[in-house]
Ligand binder design. Structure first.
Ligand code: WT7
Length: 661
């Protein structure tokens, strides 16, 4: 027997660090003491964070973990989540502050103050009650990024109804399975949505989805594109007819801290989507605490912009609940980043003087591909904090972000979390942490995470393994809707003896003990007995000046077990040079990339094959679907593509490879 190999090899090292400036640190919300304070008494620390909310009844116990893994936080406390996000700020004299600078894709705008938000949410709450909705009922929402989507979510929260937002790009089948799983009584949608400059239908898809759906009593339709839509008499109602005439007075009722707030489905890679359940007091506490400290947000001063869609958890926690609980003025943008041109985001930053910008690595790499000259044309000097979420950010993309968007000074917070965690878990604190490109670094004060081996034993510095969360946290999921067994199986069985939550991600510690996320463990490659992370090889490829994006998979190999196959997208000018140079230029470029990986990581990680492609298969939230690339690499029929953002991408890759284009 050979010596047991580590759960994950640690191959790539990155030594650049960026300490915060003194000026930033001096004004930062977070201080280094937070870590010690939280370590000394975690529950007292979280109790203090919960105090940033308005509680109608104070809790009697911070945490009840006796029924683990189902936690109760702020036991006995009562609050209204919508009151906390809206009315409280109006009562505090900030009714005239803009809550939302809404930017429509075609160029229309709406500024909504906190006072107006209170009126809209109250009217919608009255309307929902007029339809007979009561606390505990479920409402499904499939809408583009229009203000009514946020009004609807908050109106549900206000009356204790669970919302379940389904991403606007999901198919009728996907919507239907989610509606059925939760037995939603009401579905809210729009007539259509703007996508890439064109009006696309929405309501007709919802109609198709709901054919014969027994639980659904009413469908509420917001007018957005003005396109004509079929109306089912007795079932369908126009939002403006139902809501606009309602009273703007609505008394918020206090709900138990553990009252369910929403269900959000995550597809995962296989199987039926999981309805992740979140509750009120703990979730809102973590949302507000993390938004305040991780983004260094200053109410009434900053202009914040999170580019996510409300169909994802990032939109729930960092557009709706966290920012509004903290009285944020934020930009909400309806459209795509290249409509009508590739500078749209920077134009919005310039116009609204956005100071905090939170986006995903996939978009940062797309900006890199589009070229530095695009952000250069705009005044981005208002930006003072930049965030990243969704995937590991490759060091080179991080550096690009810092140099081209952050003027070499704005701290970058690489925030690791999941739909299941409810809020940010691992991240630098701006003004406190010396940041490192590519590393999420440290569990936040109050949060505890570890990297462990197969046996659940923590690995040492420089070691790799599995990321676990070893202590309960306020925003944690309280279950999977209707399936407690799956909840225990998926997250709590892998390290049952230790009682750890298994996140499904590979991770390592560097020499300083900072955490690096290495991608989903399902994607880990095994080459000659070495467990190699896809993330590290991808980052090595992206660190080459010609590469904009890379996706790496392990394909069965007769000698090494698995061989590394890389798919790369070249940057604009490199792609053009390659095209004009013919076959031999292509071979040279590929050889150079293989050598580059060998140099950055070591010969063991040298890709067996590198394929230049135009696009990569991504989910609608921007994650690369390596499973499909494995099919290509192993010459198999490509599997289920229904969760792809653009299902034609796989055809493009397969035919491109056959014809050598
Ligand atoms: C998975 C969760 C959390 C909101 C968006 C995604 C990956 C997320 C990072 C990061 C490395 C990250 C993980 C995680 N992930 N953020 N900063 N560094 N990986 O939510 O769809 O539930 O996905 O996204 O693999 O497990 P989600």
């Amino acid at each position: 027997m050979t010596e047991q190999s580590p759960a994950l090899d640690n191959l790539l090292t990155e030594s650049r660090t960026f300490p915060p400036s003194e000026a930033f640190s001096a004004q930062a919300n977070a201080t280094a003491d937070f870590y010690a304070e939280a370590d000394a008494d975690r529950e007292a620390f979280w109790a203090k964070q919960a105090d940033r909310l308005h509680w109608d009844t104070k809790w009697s116990q911070v945490l009840d973990w006796t029924n683990a893994p189902v936690a109760k936080w702020f036991v006995g406390g009562k609050l209204n989540v919508a009151y906390n996000c809206v009315d409280r700020h109006v009562d505090g004299g900030h009714g005239d502050q803009v809550a939302i600078h809404w930017v429509g894709e075609p160029g229309d705008n709406r500024d909504i103050t906190y006072a107006q938000l209170k009126d809209e949410v109250s009217k919608a709450a009255n309307a929902f009650e007029s339809l007979g909705l009561t606390a505990g009922d479920r409402v499904a929402i499939q809408m583009p990024m229009v203000p009514e989507a946020i009004f609807a979510m908050l109106a549900c929260a206000r009356i204790g109804v669970l919302h379940s937002v389904v991403f606007g790009g999901f198919s009728p089948t996907a919507l239907r399975s989610r509606v059925d799983d939760q037995a939603a009584r009401i579905v809210i949608t729009t007539d259509g949505q703007y996508r890439r400059g064109k009006a696309a239908p929405m309501k007709v898809n919802v109609d198709e989805a709901l054919e014969g759906a027994e639980s659904v009593e009413k469908v509420i339709v917001v007018r957005r594109t003005g396109d004509e839509v079929p109306i089912t008499e007795g079932r369908d109602l126009w939002w403006h007819e139902l809501v606009d005439g309602q009273s703007a007075e609505h008394a918020p009722q206090a709900f138990d801290s553990e009252h369910p707030l929403f269900i959000l489905y995550t597809s995962g890679t296989t199987g039926k989507p999981k309805g992740i359940l979140h509750t009120s007091g703990g979730y809102l506490t973590q949302a507000a605490y993390t938004h305040h400290n991780v983004f260094d947000h200053k109410a009434g001063e900053d202009v914040y912009w999170c580019t996510a869609d409300i169909g994802w958890i990032t939109g729930h926690t960092y557009i709706v609940y966290g920012p509004l609980a903290n009285r944020t003025t934020q930009v909400v943008y309806e459209g795509t980043p290249n409509t009508p041109h590739e500078g749209r985001h920077w134009e919005i930053v310039q116009q609204h003087k956005v100071s905090i910008y939170y986006t995903a690595p996939t978009l940062i790499r797309t900006f890199m591909k589009w070229g530095n000259e695009i952000p250069e044309k705009y005044d981005l000097s208002s930006l003072r904090v930049l965030g990243s979420v969704g995937e590991p950010i490759n060091p080179e993309a991080w550096i690009w972000y810092r140099e081209n968007v952050g003027a070499n000074s704005a701290p970058i917070v690489d925030t690791w979390w999941q739909t299941e965690t409810g809020g940010i878990m691992i991240s630098p604190l701006p003004g406190v942490t010396a940041t490192k490109p590519g590393s999420a670094q440290k569990a936040l004060p109050g949060i505890s995470a570890k990297v462990v081996d197969d046996q659940g034993v923590e690995v040492g510095k420089g070691g790799g393994g599995y990321l676990v969360l070893d202590k309960p946290w306020p925003g944690m999921l309280r279950g999977i809707w209707g399936d407690e067994e799956r909840f225990r199986d998926t997250y709590w069985s892998r390290f049952r003896d230790q009682g750890y939550y298994f996140a499904g991600d590979g991770a390592k510690y560097d020499a300083d003990g900072d955490v690096w996320l290495l991608g989903r463990v399902d994607d880990v490659m095994n080459v000659s007995g070495h467990r190699i992370s896809t993330t590290e090889v991808e980052s090595a490829l992206v660190s080459h000046p010609t590469v904009a994006e890379a996706a790496v998979v392990g394909a069965t190999d007769p000698t090494t077990g698995q061989g590394i196959v890389a798919f790369v997208i070249l940057r604009g000018n490199a792609a053009a040079t390659l095209k004009s140079g013919g076959d031999s230029a292509g071979q040279d470029a590929v050889q150079e990339l293989r050598n580059h990986v060998a140099k950055e990581i070591g010969p063991i990680a040298k890709p067996r094959q590198i394929l230049v492609v135009q696009e990569l298969p991504k989910t609608r939230s921007g994650k690369i679907m390596r499973r499909l690339l494995r099919d290509v690499a192993e010459n198999r029929q490509v599997g289920d593509v229904t969760t792809l953002a653009d299902s034609s991408v796989m055809d493009l890759i397969s035919t491109g490879l056959k014809t050598g284009k």
